[in-house]
Design a protein around this ligand. Structure first.
Ligand code: 3HC
Length: 303
């Protein structure tokens, strides 16, 4: 197997403008990080204007939170807000040097979003995907220039989690890889280079921990007992709070992908899919503090 090439900052592409495909929570969180740390214009897009507006509003409200906490002054807040633009027109991506996607976690959707944007961008623009567990190589399969695609996997909450997985496919150029590593450094994140295997490294480990926690509950152990039993291992969050943080739909999808890749080692969780439809596991108070397991969630796993 080809070893991951050593990134070289000298060949990294200089980034003057960034395009973000998708304006959901994950995309909005890293769009904010891009403007804050790299101080370059960021354009975000989604399926329709309402979704785009929601993303831009989220970024503005997080900038206001930073201002309220005294992390930035009002000049900086205004400057950051001015750097973010929302659009539904992919032609606005024409002058982006780096385009990253965090759209719906389905191979066909990601492939077609990239194929569409490739019609507008320069041949040497770098493309990145924030996929959780799909194959980066397959995501790039419909591109004219798949060699410019690299995985760039953030973790939730983006502002505080220190790691980025940079995923190299057999096709990824040293320029794309080096640009990803320099970009991660600019964001003040620790980047590790992983191979393009299902779940890369982090989700492979997390899918095991969270999948086993769900499976234990489905086999009749209570949520509370699972939480209590894992406490000595020092995880920063209980597994079900973490599942809610990453999103139950995303969590269910990650488990499905791992089960498909390694059926003998990972479980599918029918209950997690139903919990994703319900939208939560825990009942919470008005401040978001966990009050206990939601009755409807308990009913789902008791079936
Ligand atoms: N969104 C945004 N910011 C958040 C947040 C959230 N959900 N939760 C906490 N923060 C911020 C707080 O505002 C605070 O910021 P400040 O210093 O500017 O005030 C800072 O984080 C620390 O918050 P707390 O004092 O509440 O810190 P905690 O000690 O409780 O830590 C945590 C919070 C960092 C979220 C910690 O519980 C943790 O590390 N949890 C595990 C998270 C994790 O494993 N994420 C990876 C998930 S996998 C993934 O995303 C990949 C995907 O592909 C599935």
């Amino acid at each position: 197997k080809k070893p991951a090439g050593a990134p070289d900052p000298k060949i990294a592409k200089k980034i003057g403008k960034i395009g973000v495909l998708g304006a959901g929570l994950m995309a909005s969180q890293f769009a904010l990080l891009f403007v804050r740390r790299l101080q370059v214009p960021v354009v975000i897009t989604d399926l329709d204007q309402a979704r785009v507006d929601k993303g831009v509003e989220y970024i503005h409200s997080e900038i206001d939170t930073l201002l309220g906490k005294g992390r930035i002054d009002s000049d900086e807040a205004n400057r950051l807000k001015a750097l973010v633009t929302g659009t539904v027109d992919k032609a606005d991506f024409a002058d982006c040097d780096w385009v990253i996607e965090a759209v719906f976690e389905e191979l066909g959707v990601k492939q077609s979003v990239f194929a569409e944007v490739e019609q507008y961008i320069a041949d040497d623009a770098i493309l990145a995907t924030n996929t959780s567990s799909l194959s980066v190589e397959q995501i790039g399969a419909k591109l004219k220039h798949p060699e410019r695609l690299v995985g760039f996997h953030f973790f939730n909450p983006v502002a505080v989690m220190p790691l980025i997985e940079v995923v190299k496919t057999p096709a990824t150029t040293d320029e794309a890889l080096s640009t990803a590593m320099v970009t991660a450094k600019g964001l003040r994140k620790n980047a590790v280079i992983t191979t393009d295997t299902p779940g890369f490294v982090v989700n492979r480990v997390l899918a095991k921990v969270l999948g086993e926690a769900m499976h234990a509950v489905e086999q009749g152990t209570s949520f509370e007992t699972v939480v209590e039993a894992q406490r000595p291992f020092g995880l920063p969050m209980d597994p079900f709070v973490l599942l809610e943080l990453v999103g139950l739909k995303v969590g269910a999808h990650v488990l499905d992908t791992h089960h498909a890749a390694f059926p003998e080692r990972f479980f599918e969780s029918a209950a997690l899919h139903e919990l994703a439809e319900l939208g939560h596991i825990y009942e919470k108070d008005s401040k978001g503090k966990v009050k206990g397991v939601d009755k409807a969630a308990q009913k789902i796993v008791d079936k």
